[in-house]
Write a protein that binds this ligand. Structure first.
Ligand SMILES: [Zn+2]
Ligand SMILES: [Zn+2]
Length: 269
């Protein structure tokens, strides 16, 4: 079964990280996050977080990075040699860079940071992103009542993450959930979140044998996909972060069928 491709260790670690992030979010003073809800910018697809003033507490960010490090080492002890030196590399200036570059999805910055410091490539961005999320999640909480739709192709209206997960909720309404900042918003049942295509001939739904609650919505215009999970029969609604993690088998199926997390932009002349 494809699901077993992702190790149990990794899934358990991710679940522990989600719990930590929930705890960290409670340590933040909501007053340190001041969104500027610029309607025109939002309609143009600019994520709210990009227009939000956030007073980051650098010492707290550094402490969180250490906590994640300790958690990873506890869960996967063979990673210890790769992580043990991180604490001594970090200082206030680097923490500020990490926050800014994680915010901007700057893979190149993190790849070169890893290379310069002899770290495995995934480590710096993973740590920075993990410690940034409580800020994004609190931002989303503050503006959730103002988030009604997303501009196709612009990603999450709060944090800019590419859309990849939706739930079917009351009366079968499709609600997109962002597993990164946990914002959610409604979308048309057929609409492709990546390119806005609504043609039933090129938007299709793949189903998975033995999994009656899940579908993969794929678009042959942009080759993008999202996962759709019918959560109506769940007794308690899992957070979007957990739903995303527990449905990782759908990502494998979609990607095996050559669909992508981000739709490809077509030339429009
Ligand atoms: Zn988001
Ligand atoms: Zn599309």
């Amino acid at each position: 079964m494809i699901k077993s491709v992702v190790s149990k260790e990794y899934q358990e670690l991710q679940k522990e990280i989600i719990k930590l992030q929930e705890k960290w979010k409670l340590q933040l003073d909501p007053e340190t996050i001041r969104p500027n809800l610029d309607k025109a910018a939002m309609e143009a697809g600019v994520p709210v977080a990009a227009l939000t003033a956030i007073d980051f507490e650098i010492s707290l960010f550094l402490q969180w990075v250490e906590e994640i490090n300790a958690l990873i080492i506890k869960s996967i002890p063979e990673l210890e040699p790769k992580l043990a030196g991180i604490a001594s590399l970090l200082n206030e200036e680097i923490a500020i860079n990490w926050i800014e570059e994680a915010f901007a999805f700057n893979h190149l910055y993190f790849a070169s940071f890893a290379e310069e410091n002899g770290l495995e490539e995934w480590i710096p961005q993973f740590l920075a992103e993990t410690a940034l999320r409580p800020y994004l999640q609190l931002t989303a909480e503050k503006v959730q009542n103002e988030i009604h739709r997303a501009v196709p192709g612009a990603g999450c209206p709060v944090c800019g993450e590419p859309v990849r997960l939706a739930a079917l909720e009351d009366e079968g309404k499709k609600v997109i959930h962002c597993p990164r900042c946990l914002a959610h918003w409604h979308a048309k049942r057929l609409e492709c979140s990546h390119c806005g295509n609504e043609n039933h001939k090129t938007v299709q739904f793949l189903t998975i044998e033995g999994d009656s609650v899940s579908q993969i919505q794929v678009c042959d215009e942009c080759n993008g996909y999202i996962k759709i999970i019918d959560t109506r029969q769940y007794i308690s609604q899992p957070s979007a972060a957990l739903l995303d993690l527990n449905s990782i088998h759908l990502d494998f199926v979609a990607q095996e069928n050559s669909y992508n997390v981000v739709g490809e932009k077509k030339q429009t002349n």
